[in-house]
Ligand binder design. Sequence first.
Ligand SMILES: Cc1ncc(C[n+]2csc(CCOP(=O)(O)OP(=O)(O)O)c2C)c(N)n1
Ligand SMILES: [Mg+2]
Length: 578
Amino acid sequence: MAVIDSEATTTAAQTALQALAKAGVDVVFGNPGTTELPLIKEFARTDSLRYVLALHEGAATAAAAGHALATGRPAVAMVHAMPGLGNAMSMYYNAWRSGVPLVLIAGSQHRRLQHLDPVLQADLVDVARSISKRVWEVKTAEDLPEVLVRALEDAAAPPSGPVFLSVPIDLWSEAVDPVDPRPARPSAQLGPAATEGVEALTEFLLEASAPVIVTGDLVGRRRCGDLAAELAELVGAPAHWAPQASLASMPSTSDCYRGPIFADAGSFARVFAKADAVLGIGANIVPSILFERPDLIPASVRAASITETPAEALGVLVPEVALHGDLPATLRLVIDSLRARLDADPKAGAAVSTRRDAVLADGAAKRSRLRRSALDATAPDGFVAPRAAVATILEAAPDDVFVVDEAVSSSGWVSLLGSFSDPLGYTTLSKGGALGYAVGVAAGVSVGSPGRPGLVILGDGALMYGPQALWTIANEELPIVTCVLNNNGYQILKDFMVSPHFSPELATEDADRDDLAAQLAPLRIEGPVLDLAGLARSCGMESVRVQDLESCRDAVEAAFASGSPWLIDISVTASERG
Ligand SMILES: Cc1ncc(C[n+]2csc(CCOP(=O)(O)OP(=O)(O)O)c2C)c(N)n1
Ligand SMILES: [Mg+2]
């Protein structure tokens, strides 16, 4: 096998790009090193694929995840050997937890150096294995195109998830015979769930007197949120997004929508307080960090689920009726079956109709109360109340905006106050819990949905885990406005710290306040305060700091009107009790 790299010879790098393009990939997000240079070289020679440079591998991986969410197709990120994989890892983990279809390619060391323990060397596939759907070390140049196509197919096949490939540097440059790569096969077409299952679920829903519906990411990814909302409305059930949604799985504009289940026992308790049944649709319902109660969904609540494959994790949901099948087709069948039963039985129909009216009226009233209370929240001079900031930002943004939420202690406000009528209206990559995704995700969503304005709402702490994508946004001239809710610290951790879970001693009369202040010190970003406007300018975008609600509204409106990337640093109050 001659190693030749000339214009006249086809190299594995060239066939790799041909294979990706033929499989429908039109962009690769990456950060390069020597081990990828032979491939990087080829981007200049092709019109069918674009390389989007990120200045950190976390930014590249988050952007690829955002792109996958936006397009519904697997996205590709490329990083540099073990150092790049290490930097990519937290965002790759987030993507894995959310089942985002990605192919992460890392260049690896020259095959003739590997036994000499060179720099950059590690067993990359071993490192990536436990958080990948599949991993491969590519061994032969001839097989690279087929491996890439299979990786894309694997990432997309339900249940979707990230696939990792390691490609040795010398393999890219090998001469190979010209190839005609095959297009990626679409994932196997699932049929709807079996009739018996649909009938059993219809019965289950008719027997429930206080049902709750929980929709998961898959509903958004399969673009059938409207059907989930139709079912919730037909049943007369309040509906929630499963914890740590990566998309607006069902439209938040439905009056059945009651916000996400937050991953703590209190939120679960509120959601299921009056319920006697729950239907999870494409929903993986997971607990959060604190062990509070094992029975987050009480045993008295009967459970049912609709998923696409039996392999999908359901978290704490233990269904007695479990349907597997194409989500949109199955939802349509369940809706038709239920409607037929309600039409045929006027008594049951009337009871459900009364419940429906109450649920819808309650939802509309709650939404307007919440909006008012957010906008009316006051703050001392120099600050804005976080929920007032969120409500104002959302109102000042254009109707067709997509929002990426990493607002941490204010996330609840974003998901409750926003009018997200399509799945991409709201995205996060929060299921893994690794901060630093929002700016990168927004860049990827924007590349995948050209022209649509983007809005990032995030904490000051969150921004500092992944600010590098600000540069990519500026470099690619993406119309994204980044709003930082800046409270000079890790508010949510302060809230945890003063909660009975971590500080039961505070419940006593003689609680030591000085001691508490010392404990909170590592949660403040206050020695040197961050110059976030300066940070954004250094990345090539315009920026402003605002300290009152009117300036906040004006700044957001002006930023969107400009069509250019902006960062707005908003001074918000802390809700800290300590
Ligand atoms: C990569 C990573 N490191 C650390 C954490 C732990 N963590 C969870 S929330 C949080 C604070 C976030 O602060 P900020 O973004 O400013 O939001 P706020 O709580 O102030 O609203 C931290 C550090 C994490 N989730 N991810
Ligand atoms: Mg903060």
